[in-house]
Design a protein around this ligand. Structure first.
Ligand code: GDP
Length: 434
């Protein structure tokens, strides 16, 4: 499908479809012609007049037979007739700018398309339908109510609204704070459902790294996807843990090398691993004198650099079925399991969910991104400062300022307040045509 948006859409569509009337929202069978009048394809043309379209602008959709060559010809004919190729995310950006949706909803479109698990798709859909925005908007409403009260008291002291001592402000402020904390908690779950956690699995040859990856993957129906940005140097596997994406990075490619190209590959692999959330170090539990504190001794020579990545570490003692060690979480913080039999695996899974802070599928009502979490944290910090001003210094003006800052942070989430470069950054990560 080729989608046209903007004031000239109808004129351009008519150039292609032979100047026929297009009744709004009706599918019309049409022959699409190029500038020379030659038929490129035949299909359906549908016209959505402004403002009742996805972007809020004049929109025409031309549905052809598909196939890259025909679609290219169709796009070219549109461009010859005065259109231009859309930028990445431009349709969603226009929809946002025309108030068809707010920023979290626009982001949810990209998240829905990129969703790697059913849970993340569901969460993104909820965000698209406004579940996250309505939470944020409610917080903003409450803040505005509070600001009106506080600022009125500052502006009209003769009215003798003794707001600092009447308890209403303190009570309302605390209620907003608690509510914002709950939203932050949910947003964190929403982000985990979207992004999950990334693990690097390291250890000596034959410790059972591949077996563990398979065992973790086999637990759920594994979803193996290509992750954008994967270089050929880094092997990644994407699986899920109760609906949370788990990206596993394989260290098999790390080795000593004198080859320049290979060294570059290894350098990139380390750069990728540096961004991971945790390092899992696998050890064969039959090895004697294992010291789980001494990571150096648990890694092969070729992986020693992993120590410098400064990631939190979980040590796993594998092959419990052979060593006879009791499977499960051990007192020294290690996890004893058998990647072959699956014994002890559920304890490791519980541990991974716990360190991620993931509360399980069904706990995330909407998807969220890092920038949303940052904004919520900023709002909470401002509210916290406000509380201190109120209780510590009885400083009304400063409280009012903190409330304003909290509101601004929240409005950055929905896009009611935005910096231009933020919009550019968000929409450029969309795919073309969305
Ligand atoms: P990697 O080199 O660290 O990736 O190790 P692999 O996963 O390839 O495992 C090395 C060998 O150990 C294979 O023959 C596995 O079948 C075996 N293995 C891995 N985990 C276990 C385990 O928990 N119990 C037993 N008995 N064998 C295991």
């Amino acid at each position: 499908m080729v989608r046209l948006s903007g004031p000239a859409s109808l004129v351009i569509a008519k150039t292609l479809c032979g100047d026929r009337e297009l009744t709004p929202r009706m599918a019309h069978f049409a022959r699409f012609r190029d500038g020379a009048g030659e038929v490129i394809d035949e299909g359906l043309a549908i016209y959505f007049p402004a403002p009742n379209s996805f972007t809020g602008e004049e929109v025409v959709e031309l549905q052809g037979h598909g196939g890259p060559v025909i679609l290219d010809l169709l796009v070219k004919a549109c461009i010859d007739a005065g259109a231009r190729q859309a930028l990445a995310g431009e349709f969603s950006q226009r929809a946002f700018l025309n108030d068809k949706m707010d920023l979290t909803q626009a982001e949810a479109i990209a998240d829905l398309i990129d969703a790697g698990t059913e849970a993340s798709a569901r969460a993104a859909l909820h965000s698209l339908q406004g579940a996250f925005s309505s939470e944020v908007n409610q917080l903003v409403e409450e803040l505005i109510g509070l600001r009106i009260y506080v600022e009125a008291a500052i502006d009209f002291p003769e009215e003798e609204i003794d707001f600092l001592s009447d308890g209403k402000v303190a009570g309302d402020l605390d209620a907003v704070y608690q509510q914002a904390l709950r939203v932050l908690d949910e947003a964190r779950q929403g982000r985990l459902v979207r992004e999950g956690m990334t693990l690097v699995i390291a250890g000596k040859p034959n410790a059972g790294k591949s077996s563990l990856m398979n065992a973790l993957a086999g637990f759920d129906a594994a979803i193996v996807t290509d992750i954008a940005g994967t270089t050929r140097d880094v092997l990644r596997e994407a699986i899920q843990l109760d609906g949370m994406p788990l990206n596993l990075i394989d260290t098999a490619g790390l080795r000593e090398s004198g080859d320049v190209v290979e060294q570059e590959g290894i350098r990139r692999a380390y750069a990728e691993m540096k961004k991971a959330d945790r390092l899992l170090v696998m050890v064969d539990s039959r090895e004697d004198a294992i010291d789980p504190q001494d990571i150096h001794s648990l890694l092969p020579q070729s992986q020693q650099q992993l120590e410098n990545l400064d990631l939190p570490v979980t040590v796993i003692l594998n092959k419990a079925d052979l060593s006879g060690l009791p499977p499960g979480a051990a007192d020294d913080g290690t996890y004893i399991l058998s990647a072959s039999t699956g014994e002890g695996l559920s304890d490791l899974r519980a541990h991974l969910k716990a360190v991620a802070g993931y509360q399980g599928e069904g706990q995330s009502r909407f998807s969220a991104r890092r920038r949303h979490i940052t904004a919520l944290e900023q709002a909470l910090e401002a509210l916290d400062n406000g509380k201190a001003q109120l209780h510590g210094h009885a400083a009304g003006e400063l409280l009012a300022e903190d409330l304003r800052a909290a509101q601004k942070a929240l409005e950055e989430i929905t896009g009611a307040f935005t910096a231009d470069d933020l919009l550019g950054r968000i929409f450029s990560s969309f795919c073309i045509g969305k």
